[in-house]
Design a protein around this ligand. Sequence first.
Ligand code: GRF
Length: 231
Amino acid sequence: MPPLDLGVLISGRGSNLQAILDAIAAGRLDARVRLVLSNRPGAAGLARAERAGIPTRVIPHQGFADRDSFDAAVVAALREAGAAWVVLAGFMRLLTPTFLDAFPHRVVNIHPSLLPSFPGVDAQQQALDHGVRITGCTVHLVDTGTDTGPILAQAAVPVLDGDDRDALAARILVEEHALLVRALSWIAEGRLRVAPPAAPGGRARATIAGVDTALGLAQGGRAPEQVGEGA
Ligand code: GRF
């Protein structure tokens, strides 16, 4: 298969973008990043792209009358750059059908919770506030909802005693980087299958042929036989 031609959309730090760039450079991901596009000027991720010699664009969303016209401009930039797949790597905008119809089942997002729990902003604080013992991250295909699209893969991360938002977010982020690169490499290997909803109004389902996409508890999780032994 030819390498995946990626467009990566960011709004900020770009550490997931960096994970993609590092994996490509190390030969762990058969892909080319054709464009890094930010809706925020000065997003730190833009400098990461520039360091790697990747073309960048900034399209501030404030300059557009509505979501559709912003999305149409982003689609045009991605097409012009030769992107066939789109990765949302900390891109803080919902996408319209104008965008999604241009890249059907080809827009991938990374989210820092085990969806469908805790969609939207600050999923890590939501998990802490709720008191869950296990959270994690999810790679999914994007639809018009907030973090509602078909799930590709998930990794679990324990909530540890004394965790605050930043500590938990930092441990989830390690798993995000690994999971996103894995999911993209499965796509690059041609393993992604998308089944349409079984009934009108139902959910599309995504599967990855031939691999286990449920990653167990990482970083400080205890094996079942240890549970109940006390500290
Ligand atoms: C990550 O936690 C990602 O899951 C969420 O936004 C954050 C982006 O971080 N969607 P970065 O910009 O990739 O460092």
